[in-house]
Design a protein around this ligand. Structure first.
Ligand SMILES: O=C(O)CCC(=O)C(=O)O
Length: 268
């Protein structure tokens, strides 16, 4: 099988360097079994009631009409923080983003449950809402956690390897689309410029995943963490999570505020 026909997959003992090398070279990599089963159980349990209550409100042509979604995940699930700040993901974000910024932060947090009968999501690049590109600089990475087994039938994420080269999406032939088949608890990492999309669910059960993006610290976040996660919940998280939400400045000047953790606000 040629390299473009399969996403390189690693077991959880692989070095971060090996995973990140694949991610940066072809735009995606899978780490199987990156999260323990009981953590995935807790995250899924936290999502169940909100999925059923409000997961439909994000329905539209892009997200689908048989797909439930939740945003502002840190306000819904404390357990999700362990996936959001998982060391594998932080190592990938360090490798992809830290060469271009002093710190990075959450772009978005989205739980996605694709139900039977849903079609393919439109292929897209997550970072397309930033109006300009700077050659050689990745703006984002994404981490998709499989909360169920991801299979060809139930809608495993569709990915085009190498597409971080910014080739036009309309020129991508169907045979270049491969799926991130992976067992529950696995992690799909991909770059913000990697073309991808949710898959059609032809199975009898839902396919749920948690997809979090991380963006350069000097870019505006896709999902406004200050207004989606109530302040008292944000304050109850440890410092590494608060920093990821954006409760930190970028350098000494950008986004300073009274009480910022690096002391950049000059109190009288
Ligand atoms: O659900 C998936 O597999 C991918 C979803 C996605 O890429 C998106 O909604 O932006």
């Amino acid at each position: 099988m040629s390299e473009n026909r399969t996403i390189q997959r690693f077991d959880n003992k692989a070095s971060d360097e090996a995973v990140n090398e694949a991610l940066m070279r072809v735009g995606a990599a899978i780490v199987e079994g990156a999260a323990p089963r009981d953590l995935i159980d807790r995250v899924q349990a936290d999502f169940r009631e909100p999925f059923d209550r409000e997961g439909h409100v994000f329905s539209n042509d892009f997200n689908g009409y048989k797909t439930l979604r939740l945003g502002g995940v840190l306000g819904i699930s404390r357990a999700s923080a362990e996936l959001i700040a998982h060391p594998r993901v932080m190592a990938a974000a360090d490798a992809a983003l830290l060469p271009h910024c002093e710190n990075y932060r959450i772009g978005s947090t989205t739980a996605i449950e694709i139900h039977p009968g849903e079609g393919h999501q439109e292929l897209h690049r997550d970072d397309n809402f930033y109006p300009y590109r700077i050659p050689g600089i990745e703006y984002q990475i994404a981490a998709m956690w499989a909360l169920d087994d991801f299979t060809v039938e139930n809608g495993a994420t569709r990915v085009i390897l190498g597409s971080q080269d910014l080739r036009p999406i309309e020129d991508i032939p169907e045979e270049d689309v491969i799926q991130a088949v992976m067992p529950r608890g696995s992690l799909l990492l991909y770059l913000g410029a990697t073309v991808h999309g949710g898959g059609a669910n032809h199975s009898n059960g839902p396919r749920s995943g948690l997809i979090n993006t991380y963006s350069l610290g000097w870019l505006r976040q896709e999902e406004n963490q200050y207004l989606t996660v109530p302040r008292e919940i944000a304050d109850s998280y440890p410092e590494n999570i608060r920093r990821l939400m954006g409760y930190q400045a970028h350098g000494t000047m950008l986004g300073v505020y009274p009480g910022d953790p690096d002391g950049y606000w000059y109190d009288a």
